[in-house]
Design a protein around this ligand. Structure first.
Ligand SMILES: Cc1ncc(COP(=O)(O)O)c(C=O)c1O
Length: 395
């Protein structure tokens, strides 16, 4: 018992203690946070589809038709029509032979990596990959070579050292805390040259990049060269769950070998129906992807005009790097007092000394809302003496 008290105290002292805030109502561009109206600038509901009437109706219709739960893992009794339908839609959307649904992106990464790599193999993982990739590498028991962020020379060196034992190169397509894009063409060439599989996590790229929001792999025209992509249903697709797209053979293997698939209850029909409706809306109106990109550029430019740099961000994820954890949380609070909610992100989510506000833009924000948020961020940053180095704007 005491060690828990001590550990909590230590987190408080280091400015790393977290608490839950309550968002009331639906996830729109504006919400009530702990009872106070705020502009929401830290939701991954990038296209606003979690709040779309057709998506909500699809979920409620599915609950009435199929019930609320799948009742078991897919391999026991949980495999239902909505699973098959959505897998076919996702595979077609992403241009792959097959897809396999998982309960969440975390489960998809952990299960897929540990099924593909094992003792004696080497997994190559970007240092800024999402925690679920890190945990998948750990669970695989393969050796993990963590290459410096997007550093191809470092990766090449690691591949040479592995001398033919390389199993998998794995990367976020869009990095979740920095908003930059992985050098996918080069990674694909290296994977080919070293006979490794390449896996790209499209959690933040689906609905945001590429033709019709098909993601970073489609944007780089690399469909045939990336062996597996992971995508989530909980971000731009406004629901909950995840999927892996790959060859039919790989999917057949994963459904036998990915333990987070085999030993976990299948995603519930209402969540799948919601994601399918969101996918249909995305296909019907691909212009919303452009609106998201334009909104992100507006925020980046407005922050730059306030003297606030946003690093290498090229997407709807716009980090405002502060450095120290306590100061980051103070900036988040000052901004919240002004009616803007942008969560402070601290270790272990980001490396020590690189705490930041992570703004995430939605296609449904108005230009005025974003300009005002940047102005208020500038005001709060000046008040606290936060210096964020201005960086050249993305092309
Ligand atoms: C890059 C990336 N992969 C995977 C996940 C996990 O997805 P989920 O929230 O569905 O577990 C996240 C975030 O949550 C993420 O940012």
């Amino acid at each position: 018992m005491t060690d828990i008290v001590e550990r909590l105290e230590e987190l408080r002292e280091r400015g790393l203690h977290r608490r839950l805030r309550l968002v009331e109502g639906r996830q729109g561009p504006r919400v009530q946070l702990d009872g106070k109206p705020v502009l929401l600038l830290c939701s991954n509901n990038y296209l606003g589809l979690a709040d779309h009437p057709r998506v909500r109706e699809a979920a409620s219709a599915a609950a009435l038709r199929w019930g609320t739960g799948a009742g078991g893992s897919r391999l026991i009794s949980g495999n239902m029509e909505p699973h098959r339908q959505l897998e076919e839609r996702l595979a077609a959307f992403k241009g792959y032979e097959a897809a396999l649904l998982f309960g969440s992106g975390y489960l998809a990464n952990v299960g897929t990596i540990s099924a593909l790599a094992g003792r004696g193999g080497v997994v190559f993982s970007d240092e800024l990959n999402h925690a679920s990739i890190v945990d998948g590498c750990r669970l695989s028991r393969a050796e993990t070579f963590v290459y410096r962020h997007a550093d191809l020379e470092h990766l090449k060196w690691g591949l040479r050292q592995a001398g033919g034992h390389g199993s998998l190169i794995v990367t976020d397509g869009v990095f979740s805390m920095d908003g930059d894009i992985a050098p996918l063409a080069e990674l694909a060439a290296l994977a080919r040259r070293h006979a490794c599989r390449l896996m790209v996590d499209e959690a933040h790229a689906t609905g945001a990049l590429g033709p019709g929001g098909r993601g970073s792999v489609a944007a780089a025209e690399l469909g045939g060269e990336v062996d597996l992509i992971v995508g989530t249903l909980g971000k731009a697709l406004g629901s909950y769950g995840a999927y892996v797209c790959a060859s039919a053979e790989t999917v057949e293997y994963l459904l036998n070998a990915a333990r987070s698939f085999v030993f976990s209850t299948a995603p519930p029909p209402p969540a799948l129906a919601a994601a399918q409706a969101a996918l249909e809306l995305l296909e019907e109106d691909p212009a919303q992807v452009g609106r998201l990109g334009a909104n992100a550029a507006t925020l980046r430019e407005a922050l730059a005009a306030e003297g606030l740099g946003t690093g290498a961000s090229r997407t709807q994820i716009v980090p405002l790097r502060v450095g120290e954890a306590g100061l980051t949380m103070e900036l988040s609070e000052r901004l919240l007092e002004r009616g803007v909610f942008a969560q402070g992100i601290r270790p272990p989510t980001v490396p020590e000394g690189s705490s930041r506000l992570r703004f995430s833009v939605m296609a449904t924000h108005s230009e005025d809302e974003l300009l005002e948020a940047a102005r208020l961020a500038g005001e709060a940053a000046r008040e606290l003496g936060v210096v964020s180095v201005p960086t050249p704007l993305a092309a």
